[in-house]
Design a protein around this ligand. Sequence first.
Ligand code: AQP
Length: 332
Amino acid sequence: MDERKTMFSGIQPSGDLTLGSYMGAIRNWVDMIDDYNAYYCIVDMHAITVRQVPADLRRRTMEQLAQYIACGLDPHKVTLFVQSHVPAHAELGWVLNCYTMFGELSRMTQFKDKSAENINGGLFTYPALMAADILLYQPDYIPVGSDQKQHVELCRDVATRFNNIYGDVFTIPQAYIPRVGARIMSLTDPTSKMSKSDKDPNGCVHLLETPEEIMRKFKRAVTDSDTSENCVRYDPAEKPGVANLMQIYSCATGESFDEIEKEFLGRGYGAFKTAVGEAVVEQLRPIREETKRILADKAYLESVYRMGAEKAAATANKTLRKVYKKLGFVAR
Ligand code: AQP
């Protein structure tokens, strides 16, 4: 019997993975690989809440799986799978829709941010499906960036509501937010999150980009409106651009903010931006090379996602059966 605590998390294949996805999520999953019974999903059903080009969605799903492995998620140690391969997600998603309130969904900031165009029902009820994704695996922790905190809170509320009616069906999970890297911001607009689907290609760094491209983006990164100060100092309110670059540098090198300030004392923003770019290039180089190697072996990738779906479904179906029984559905 596995005595370890359980983890669940997922990322949408809605764009190419960014430094934000890596530093806010995947890197932390890798750090905990031996300590938890973990399920990591590619949430393709969530991605279609925003219109996708089918061929791109298919390519990104395979690339994302290859990148999970290249980042260090060994498929024999953790369960890696694609959400649409485990139908229990859609099934429990529907059930939880019926236990999630309109008012709760209306308050979700991500819905408000994304509802400029194509405001479909899926975009609105996304958090109920996300609650299903999580609760199917009865996890203790959900390692996410701080932007997902609100959705995790909603998941806890829905699970508690369900348990209050039907008894102890779901484990109430906790968000597990990293100390550094919880919110990596855009390089061109440090007041908004670095996002996969950002329209500004200079704002985000993708894991598979070339070193030249990465260096170019860091050299152009916004530092400070008052460039006359030209001093590397951690002050997120006054200098959000510099603070963001310090977070990234800290994640890449392990240095504390104090150490970074000392290292760049009197050296100015130019030298700092070059150093951040170089640190990121070195961190991403092995990931890019390994991803390319894995992507060339389609049969291997297929075997990984099949094995993952089988393992995930075994756990998910157990929870779903329990839920259906509690609801009064007649057993098949
Ligand atoms: N910039 C970020 N900083 C820290 N963590 C981040 N995450 C995403 N961006 C950052 C974390 O990565 C996981 C994946 O989230 P997701 O892809 O399912 O959804 P998202 O948060 O909506 O990601 P994006 O990149 O912003 O995608 P789009 O543009 O499609 O909406 C989560 O744990 C998230 O916290």
